[in-house]
Design a protein around this ligand. Structure first.
Ligand code: SAH
Ligand code: SF4
Length: 376
């Protein structure tokens, strides 16, 4: 029987049934789609459970070792399906070896970055959701490189599995995920959400949903959608300015979704989920770091269950924007505290390995060397 799913396939195989010569990307599939695929191959439903475990518990990279599946189905899967293993092109490790950043090649030759950060009690992966980003924040390397395409769910999951396999050798697991790599996750909602559902599925990797944080530039309709999901992930909003005039300059999407709409969406999220929102605020010398702006920010966040992460901007080359001095960062932090707003000054983890997403890729492309995201 032929696989009947209208599923996206990946390129390059000698598959028997495909009209396009492409394989089914297994990591793109939900549990029920996997079940459907196996049924279409004439296999009983419980095979989906076995295959799911191989993919997400045993972290298999091929079908050969799936010993509890009959040889025939292993061969068949090998011909028609693919476990999206991303090819690492380059890895940079911090001197303390606790932060690793990997540049991956995707099946179509595009490149993305992901980072793993090891802590005492958690291992966090920072994931990309798009190749590039269309939103063009002026201080962001990814934004400056433009938008190429969305990642598939499988490509998002593939980043996690790469690090999960490496950690497994030392008896460790990925415990936390932050969507703070390249791209805007809420502009690739479906694939991001599909990846989250798969990674949190108790039949598979079983990651705690409360240990996942989506960082967004602030897309109000999608924040609302997120707040109504059954799985409630953490929300971080990249605010960077307390009023529209400055935010319009730093974060162009603010012209479409001004602060009034963004804050209403954040308040709705807190109300519906009972979870606090984290606001990311990169301090740019002389742009958004005055005492008065701290007061404006306190005003904006008044009464909202939230926390502010402050960090000096990571400057990108040929850009007029510079990081705030330590003194101004401390002053901003103190001012917020005086006004009753909790904030933390974050120092970028692994800055010595250019752990900001976008940087490694930019260098390889020959486009402006720069950095994107901040890691708590
Ligand atoms: N698109 C999403 C997630 C990816 S960017 C977002 O914008 O939130 C992850 C974080 O890195 C965001 O908070 C973003 O504002 C921040 N960032 C990007 N470039 C930066 C830079 N040069 N310095 C400091 N923070 C930066
Ligand atoms: Fe895109 Fe986020 Fe970079 Fe803005 S900061 S350009 S939204 S990746």
């Amino acid at each position: 029987m032929q696989p009947t799913l209208g599923l996206k396939r990946q390129g390059g195989c000698d598959e028997e049934n495909s009209t396009e010569g492409q394989k089914v990307a297994l990591l793109d599939l939900s549990y029920s789609q996997l079940q459907e695929l196996l049924l279409s191959l004439g296999e009983p439903g419980y095979r989906a459970d076995q295959l799911y475990r191989w993919l997400y518990s045993f972290l298999a990279t091929d079908f050969i070792r799936m010993y509890n599946l009959p040889q025939g189905i292993r061969d068949r899967l090998d011909r028609i399906a693919d476990i999206c293993t991303l090819a690492p092109l380059q890895e940079i490790v911090s001197p303390d070896e606790l932060t690793r950043k990997v540049l991956f090649a995707l099946p179509d030759g595009e490149t993305i970055e992901a980072v793993v950060m090891l802590y005492d009690r958690r291992n966090t992966v920072c994931l990309s959701t798009q190749v590039g980003c269309a939103l063009g924040c002026v201080f962001c390397a990814t934004g400056q490189s433009g938008f190429t395409r969305n990642l598939t769910a499988g490509e998002i999951i593939g980043q996690v599995l790469h690090f999960a396999r490496a950690l497994k050798e030392g008896g460790q697991r990925i415990t936390n995920i932050v969507f703070m790599g390249m791209g805007e996750p809420l502009m690739n909602y479906e694939a991001t959400w599909q990846a989250i559902k798969t990674l949190t599925d108790s039949r598979g990797y079983n990651l705690g949903v409360r240990r996942i944080t989506i960082s967004t530039v602030g897309i109000p309709p999608s924040i609302e959608r997120l707040s109504r999901e059954r799985l409630q992930v953490g929300l971080a909003v990249s605010l960077h300015a307390p009023d529209d005039s400055f935010r319009d300059r730093l974060v162009p999407i603010n012209r479409r979704y001004p602060l009034r709409e963004l804050m209403a969406a954040c308040r709705g999220y807190v109300k519906r989920t009972g979870r606090r929102v984290t606001f990311e605020y990169a301090l740019v010398q002389g742009v958004n770091d005055s005492r008065q702006q701290a007061a404006q920010l306190a005003d904006l966040l008044d009464g909202l269950l939230c926390h502010v992460n402050l960090m000096p901007l990571n400057p990108i080359p040929d850009s007029p924007w510079q990081a705030s001095s330590k003194k101004r960062v401390r002053r901003f932090h103190q001012e917020l505290s005086n006004l009753g707003i909790k904030s933390t000054i974050r120092l970028r983890r692994g800055i010595e390995i250019e752990a900001g997403c976008g940087q490694l890729r930019s260098r390889r492309d020959g486009s402006p060397e720069a950095t994107n995201c901040l890691f708590p």
